[in-house]
Design a protein around this ligand. Structure first.
Ligand code: PMV
Length: 296
């Protein structure tokens, strides 16, 4: 029997704008998913939830790692809310890949683990960008850009450790529908949208610099600016705005929705654990789910 872990992720900057080729910045959470596997006579998923999906994921990962004997997925334990845009499918895939690597002493490196998880992600997301499995494998802060000749996915050296408090709105936005809605708005008013993209391009460039320098006050301010743009394109909700408001009043350096919006989660930046905890508790007090995570 062996275990493995994969990290969750959150989008710090750039959801929706990455669809139009802009730079996104993603953080791997220290919270994630654990998987436990053991050698078996045949492939088996011994958990009751998402049995079919987990079996497909297990088999894709086995194939990518070159494992031909049976594997039993014995147990899955998650610190992440499912379907909240925190990359739980990729976190599980990395956890399974690592657990298999440990169980069979395959000696695979991080890149091979990341690639195996990508094969699992392909089953659920068609042609995924690769960002979720990258964050799930390596953690840290990752810069992302969609490109014709393969997406850019690069780890960013960040000067200071920081914390992210996450508030869960309780509603679920459907990414595909929200992306389509934004596209329609863009078609209806191209000049307006081009201007939004221009503002985002400027702020994301500043965000990269501020993260590298460890200027968290600036990062927070830029998150607020990013949220203004997300509001403008119509993907925020009353609940997300409420979470953001509570977070700001509880001392967050900045706050915004994360992921596709229309529900899902909002994130708040905190310079230390104590502050992240305080924000998270205030969000919970208002009736929302919340947790916080260290970003390393
Ligand atoms: O729902 P998530 O966290 O995987 O984020 C979706 C991000 C979008 O930019 C809205 C869509 C995309 O494919 O990039």
């Amino acid at each position: 029997m062996a275990k493995g872990k994969g990290f969750g992720k959150t989008i710090l900057f750039g959801e929706h704008f990455v669809v139009y080729g802009k730079t996104g910045i993603v953080a791997g959470l220290d919270k994630g998913i654990w998987a436990e596997v053991e050698k078996s006579t045949e492939d088996e998923v011994a958990t009751n939830e998402y049995k079919k999906e987990r079996m497909e994921s297990l088999q894709a990962i086995k194939k990518a790692l070159g494992v031909n004997v049976g594997v039993r997925l014995k147990n899955v334990s998650s610190e992440l809310p499912a379907g909240a845009g925190v990359g739980s499918s990729a976190a599980l895939a990395v956890a399974i890949a690592r657990a298999i690597n440990n169980e069979f002493e395959l000696g695979k490196n991080e890149k091979e683990i990341c690639n195996a998880a990508y094969e699992s992600e392909r089953i659920f997301h068609g042609t995924p960008s690769g960002i979720d499995n990258t964050a799930a494998t390596y953690g840290g802060v990752i810069v992302f850009r969609k490109r014709e000749r393969g997406n850019l996915i690069k780890r960013l050296k960040v000067k200071k450790t920081f914390y992210i408090a996450i508030g869960i709105s309780g509603k679920q936005g459907i990414t595909k529908e929200l992306v389509a809605m934004v596209r329609t708005k863009r078609e209806e008013n191209e000049r307006w949208f081009a201007n939004v993209l221009k503002k985002y391009a400027k702020l994301s460039k500043e965000a990269l610099g501020a993260l590298q320098k460890g200027n968290l006050v600036k990062v927070g301010k830029l998150m607020d600016e990013n949220q203004v743009l997300l509001r403008e394109i119509g993907v925020s909700t009353k609940e997300l705005e409420e979470i953001i408001d509570i977070a700001k009043k509880s001392g967050a350096l900045g706050a915004k929705l994360t992921g596709a919006g229309g529900g899902g989660c909002a994130i708040a930046l905190a310079e230390n654990e104590e502050k992240a905890k305080k924000i998270s508790e205030a969000v919970k007090k208002a009736g929302y789910g919340s947790f916080y995570s260290k970003i390393v």
